[in-house]
Design a protein around this ligand. Structure first.
Ligand code: PEP
Ligand code: MN
Length: 337
């Protein structure tokens, strides 16, 4: 529930309400504006509890949160969360572009593509060092060597790096190298992993599970936030439907929905969302139209020879063309606003 305090209430009254909430087993999150203080209280809300707090000195009203998610909800925090990733910011109204190959394949190849996407306008680099592959016989990633290549690419390009974390045992290692830790679609409901990521001081990119509803996905974010880490960025990457012409069905309604229901930034991955390189640009433009805070796009210098996800990877040239259109579209939208 949310406790809205009276205008210009004195700090002693805020302290008393906060203490009483803690006594009743609530976790308290104070949000102090210029005139108004609002308290988010996470715990078991009963009618009696609401009545008790409604009558306390300094309390104007109690607003119950009806959604199952609390700390991620817009009701709990009305201003948008802005997440700092290295020297870049996600959620401040700009569109950040994360680009790079599906997997880090070698130092030479990664550096080449890193410089090309940077020149074309990418603001962050991606590349998997630990890959969640359907077959245990497929390439699984360069592991720590891949992380070292990513960190070197950050040094040389100045761009922050994003890479996937698949297991709690690897959090220390991956967090040492990466600026943003990606939870893949297959791990969206790995609640142990989510809880552990809630204890670190690095932002998390939470991809939507292949069959997750919007609510399940936000609940996954709630796990991370309620464990102590507020730096969560959502990523729509398509869901599995009956349609199989595309690899997944990119659900762009998730963009405005996540913005209405939560205060978290959301980016879109049209590469995994479609599985087809020819569909990446149109869906990226549509995602910007829908109001996303960023895009994550797979780029490979030679998609037909990529070790994973070649069919959905753009060439650096096509990536550059796409970025130009995205920038033009974003400028046009901003000028209308
Ligand atoms: C990826 O980004 O390389 C990836 C494996 O994505 P997803 O978890 O969305 O399938
Ligand atoms: Mn991929």
């Amino acid at each position: 529930m949310i406790i809205v305090m009276e205008r210009n209430v004195d700090t002693e009254k805020i302290r008393m309400v906060s203490l009483r909430l803690e006594e009743k087993g609530f976790q308290v999150h104070l949000s102090q504006g210029v005139e108004r203080t609002i308290m988010g209280a996470v715990g078991e809300r009963t009618q009696a509890i609401m009545e008790l707090f409604e009558t306390m000195a300094g309390v104007e009203k109690i607003v119950p949160i009806v959604q199952p998610f609390k700390m991620a909800s817009r009701e709990f925090q009305s201003e948008a969360t802005v997440v700092q990733v290295g020297n870049t910011i996600v959620g401040d109204g700009r569109v950040q572009i994360i680009a790079g190959p599906c997997a880090v394949e070698s130092r030479e190849r990664f550096m080449e593509v890193a410089f090309k996407v940077k020149e074309a306008g990418a603001t962050m680099l991606r590349g998997g060092a630990f890959k969640p592959r359907t077959s245990p016989y497929s390439f699984q990633g360069l592991e720590e060597e891949g992380l070292k290549i990513l960190a070197q690419a950050r040094e040389l390009t100045g761009l922050p790096i994003v890479t996937e974390i698949m297991d709690t045992r690897l959090i220390g290692m991956v967090a040492e190298y990466a600026d943003l830790l990606q939870v893949g679609a297959r791990n969206m409901q790995n609640f142990f992993l989510l809880r552990e990521l809630g204890k670190i001081n690095k932002p998390v990119l939470l991809k939507r599970g292949v069959s997750a509803t919007i609510e399940e996905w936000i609940m996954a974010a709630e796990y991370i936030i309620s464990s102590g880490n507020k730096q969560v960025i959502m990523c729509e990457r398509g869901i599995r439907t009956f349609e199989n012409y595309t690899r997944n069905t990119l659900d762009l309604s998730a963009v405005p929905l996540i913005k209405q229901l939560t205060h978290l930034p959301i980016i879109v991955d049209p590469s995994h969302g479609t599985g087809k390189s020819k569909l990446v640009e149109p869906m990226a433009l549509a995602a910007v139209g829908a109001g996303c805070d960023g895009l994550m796009v797979e780029v490979h210098q030679n998609p037909s020879e990529a070790w994973s996800d070649g069919p959905q990877s753009l060439t650096p040239d096509n990536f550059e063309k796409m970025v130009k259109k995205i920038m033009a579209m974003k400028d046009a939208l901003d000028n209308l606003a």
